[in-house]
Write a protein that binds this ligand. Structure first.
Ligand code: SF4
Length: 179
């Protein structure tokens, strides 16, 4: 019988949630027994080969590429889980939401204290920044939310195992406290 499949995706975040997934340590061997990884930075697989059972996504949407990529995940994942504060709320990158985009660009590329002869990048190959950083659920339907910055390895493990066993993921308080 074929194994369930998992994909993971990274949007506007710091990769800390993926690092937390890898922090499951030796359970990663168990995970590779339980599932087959499809598209993921973990195996550097760039494209979906099929509809996967579980998608784990990290990060918010700050540009048009993020939106396209997230929609591709939604289209290719039966169950889509937003992992971490950036995916749930926009997180740290969403701090720019309090400042108009034009002002952010001017501060970064024109008037910052270390800028000399600055120019705002405008190469057509660059992703186009959105007016603000959007949490994943404002772009596509999200089935489950796993909070934390990052969620602990144990929390990610508990959620993934529950989904693989066909159970609703419910996390104990111990897995959701952040002190
Ligand atoms: S939630 Fe935290 S750890 Fe995860 S991508 Fe965002 S900043 Fe990094």
């Amino acid at each position: 019988m074929s194994k369930p499949t998992i994909a993971t995706g990274h949007f506007t975040g710091c990769f800390g949630c993926h690092m937390s997934l890898l922090d499951i340590d030796e359970r990663i061997l168990q995970l590779t027994e339980l599932v087959e990884f499809d598209k993921s930075p973990i195996n550097d697989k760039k494209r979906f080969d099929r509809m996967v059972d579980i998608g784990l996504i990290e990060g918010g949407c700050s540009n048009d590429e993020n939106v396209e990529f997230l929609q591709m995940f939604r289209d290719n994942c039966k169950t889509l889980v937003a992992v971490g504060a950036c995916a749930l709320t926009g997180g740290v990158p969403a701090m720019r939401n309090t400042v108009p985009l034009r002002e952010c660009l001017e501060e970064a590329f024109l008037s910052g204290p270390s800028v000399v002869d600055g120019i705002i990048p405008n190469d057509p190959d660059l992703p186009v920044l959105l007016d603000r950083v959007y949490p994943a659920h404002e772009v596509v339907k999200i089935d489950y939310f796993l909070p934390g910055c990052p969620p602990s390895a144990d929390a990610i493990w508990a959620a993934v195992v529950a989904l693989l066993e066909g159970r609703e993921p419910t996390l104990d308080y111990e897995l959701l406290k952040y002190d």
